[in-house]
Design a protein around this ligand. Sequence first.
Ligand SMILES: [Zn+2]
Length: 464
Amino acid sequence: MAAPFTSDLAAHLAPDVLARLDRYARMDTQSSRGRTRSPSTPGQLELARMLVAELAGAGCVDATLDDNGYVTATLPAGGYAPGGDGPGPAREDTIPVIGLIAHMDTSPDAPGAGVEPIVHADYDGEVIKLPRGGTRLDPASMPELAAKRGHDIVTASGDTLLGADDKAGVAEIMAAVAHLGAHPELPRPTLRIAFTPDEEIGEGATLFDIPRFGAICAYTLDGSELGELQDETFSALEAIATITGVDVHPGQATGRLVSALALAARIVAALPSDRLTPDTTSGREGFIHPYLLNGTAARAEIHAILRDFDERLLDGHRALFESTARSIVAAAPGATLNLDVHRQYRNMRQYLEPVPFVAQAAREAIRAEGLEVRNVPIRGGTDGSRLSEMGLPTPNIFTGGHEFHSVREWASVHDMAAAAATIVRLAEVWTRPETVAAAAAATAPGGDGTGTPADRVAREPAGA
Ligand SMILES: [Zn+2]
């Protein structure tokens, strides 16, 4: 039996959300690492142009695509009660501007061209066999899928990703904005919408113009399970160890050759394998993950990502990686080591704690949709990690998509519709006098000192 939607609003939005996901997913917007320009691939611009036209059609003003591939638009405020004091919506001129953000690119880690979405209506709870590549979605090993019996499930065709990460988020924002645009009587603040390129290669926030965006906070729609609200992410470092050996013709190598490749292999082997790895950790535990090893006898490189929720523990992972590499290379006379460890992003929690009303508004919106809030730390980063650090507090809301970056990627239409409905409710929450008052107290000069995003950007330059 088909599962019910989470609300009448979700049922109403579902067909539009699904039609949009299907349309956007068919466009190849896979980003590419080592970019030389923004966006990294031209397919993202095609989707961007389509979204600009759709935003304008939905009632947004100033829908634009900038030179770096960022789409922005404004949905004007509306739905205020006349006067507005006392119960009911706050006065229009007191309500801050709020942002909604999703990313247009898809992961380079699975094929992203030629996506053909398939809808499995009223999912029966059995194994889903996709027509290509022998791909199977087995609920026995996918508890989230097993729980969606009766939902309409969208997958790709077995040999590509679906791109619900993050086209489900794009579709949900678009459907909510179109609904609000068609219903000027519904209360909402001025909404600023941004669709970003190149999130999957860690560059989504890089060229984001926060002062021009003009919102006091924003929400990414880039999470997963129904009801999720994420206000905490990993803190992230990348470490690159470059080993130079002594390369000698193997026939004359006795006592002289020092193989950089062999040293690199020994370093990887000497790192913990039964703990501190992505496959042996979960929840709030961090890890060291060498993800690339490239070498010859003369020169070798190890690329590793280091992750933790706690900065001090992350420092420990860094120290372990560095001391392991140093001790192995030091024991090989003639070999040299160069270590480059750089910051990728920081846990957003420290930037969201001073402005608790931002996540609180999202919690109220999720509850208003009749859902339980799941506060889960993200074992990864989002555009919001760096945007929060750059001065725009940006927690992350669920999309209903799962198994991202793989040919098994799927999304529940029911949960996507719930996410779109949550955005409509979030808009209403931001017109409530208590929400407006909390934001005003935090952003006013002489308030608690956090200031507006533009103030924070001025005080703390991005990338510091
Ligand atoms: Zn994403």
